[in-house]
Design a protein around this ligand. Sequence first.
Ligand code: SF4
Length: 360
Amino acid sequence: MGNFDLLKVKGVSRRDFMKLIGATTAALGLPELFVPQAATAMEQALKKPPVIWLEGMDCTGCTESTIATLNPSAAELILDMISIRYHETIMAGSGNKSEEAYQEALKDKFILVVEGSSPSKKEQDHFCMVGGKPFRTTLIEAAKKAQAIIAVGSCASEGGGIPGACATGAVGVSEILKAEGITTPLINLPCCPVKPTTLIGTIVYYLTYQKVPPLDAQNRPLAFYGTLLHDNCPRRGHFENGEFLTDWNDPKQKEYCLILKGCKGPKTYTDCAQVWWNDNANFCINAGSPCSGCSERSFYKEFSPLYSKQENFKLPGIGQVNADTVGTVIGGAAAVGLGVHLIATAASGRLTHKDHKEDL
Ligand code: SF4
């Protein structure tokens, strides 16, 4: 069957199809010249495993982050690499047409991408209604039929992110699956927002190998969440020298370690120090902000206020310490006969991944 025959079977005329492509490319900010190329890519994409992208309690930040990708471009990603059949923010259709597209996609072997958290119980369903239906109901329906689920961003991942810290009873996808006894494979891609490279890499891996990548205890791919941020931080040298930023206005402290300003880097597994957002334009610590720990399930509930130092954390070889103590320990290390490097190595958490999982 030719590519366009697939569309005919679905009752879409060539004229309607080109109109749809025109609206979609315009929504993506692409020039009209791109329409024929997009049409070809879309026809090809109809043969690819479809993706349904649902949005619950979110800010659409993960969508924004994903379509901000330059390499591959948003057009290559959306029209060529994967076949997004339903996405409330970027699709051109609306109303009944979009509902039909959703119902049609449900019949295929699709990958479900979820952005945002969900109310956890029926009594809280009114906190998130989409198209007149509780989002939780839609999520359960799609999760049961999907071949795999990718939860993007902190809100959809374990803990429910920022909505999970509020009075809405919001939870991530994993909590919904557990409550409903759904066993569809789940991959969590936390971070606020998700990095396009993480999402694209995960989808490509899944499509290539037809299985989920190796995951950690929080269902995060080890390829992206296997290293401790602190171990790769550009400010790590200052940590080891006991140089901690205490005054934002002091130019001398500009590059200092941010642990006394609430940095969660010593307990956050992420590749943020190596792979930055916006096609490697920047990441939090490089921009002068402490790590908020948004790739961990304790974000935001247990990691806030974000700019307050962590009162206590466990340091291998030292035990529980107060953040203030870190400065004292590191600064006074020589005095007590301990090598700064030795202490810093232990203090900074050359925690093994296994240790980390036990800590959380
Ligand atoms: Fe970097 Fe934060 Fe670790 Fe300091 S505490 S070295 S700023 S990750």
